[in-house]
Design a binder for this molecule. Sequence first.
Ligand code: UDP
Length: 317
Amino acid sequence: MKKIVITGVAGFLGSHLAKDLLNEGHHVVGIDNFISGRKENLLTLSNQHFSFLELDASDQDLIHHPQLVNINEIYHLASPASPKFYQQFPFETINVNTTGTRNMLEIAKRCGAKMVYTSTSEAYGDPLRHPQSESYRGNVNTWGPRACYDEAKRMGEVLCYLYFTKHNVQIKVARIFNTYSAGLANDDGRVISNFVTQALKGQDITVYGDGKQTRSFCYVTDTIRGLKLLMEKESANGEIMNLGNPNEIPILTVAQLVKSLSNSNSSITFHPLPKDDPKVRRPVIEKAKGLLGWEPRVTLEEGLKVTIQQYKEKLNL
Ligand code: UDP
């Protein structure tokens, strides 16, 4: 049995990962301050091997917490990730990805623990190279509404690099591309949760811009499997790796697909495109294929069918 810390345990990915690791028989210490995480996500984690600390991962006293000793693995996931939430909490987003990442790296160093830090495809900003491999250095605007997230994650990566090169911490960094499932709250604000909720309720499906901008959507089980492999594999130490589904699709096509898969009568309506919204996004995943033996298994259509069904149940429709 390993002792595993997950920050952001009440979030979308954190709660899913914690459930998996508890099922495998590990002891999970979860940390969350409920800025964007939800108490209801912890209900599925009631298990004698689960302990919860309601704390901010960027809290200066955190590293001295009596429960944060003898740790084998740390997943540092805590951070608002939806544009809606990181723009509402920009300073908290910066703190958790900078001071919070440093705190977790200090604990990893002290315990000799392995650590996965979840960075983001937003590290590439509005990319000028397409598709994006890990060697692309990105096109991020520091003077805009997305900068608090993009630059904080990039600084988180810098801290990981320093603790790897100076202190030999077994750190691995995932650049996660758009991930979805019905685990996203209905009011999360990201595109799949918005579109499915709108389609099921018969509301307008709100496409921002002309819908020609693209994303590549990965189902949650694939992303979680990738994070666990990243933690497991020695060859991934000190590496940055894209985790995402290379199947790229325009947002308008996503709207049409969601509408048809949910047999919805909703209209598709067009709204202003948010500032700095990336025009394209698609991961190159050769590195994850080679080092982890990982690639996504769930197609968008399969994932959307399950997501729609589960949202239906959640919404009592
Ligand atoms: N989007 C949209 N309608 C919505 C929500 C999002 O058209 O109701 C678009 C958004 O402008 C972006 C894409 O969908 O181009 C993905 O947005 P999301 O917020 O899910 O994540 P991002 O990849 O931008 O961080």
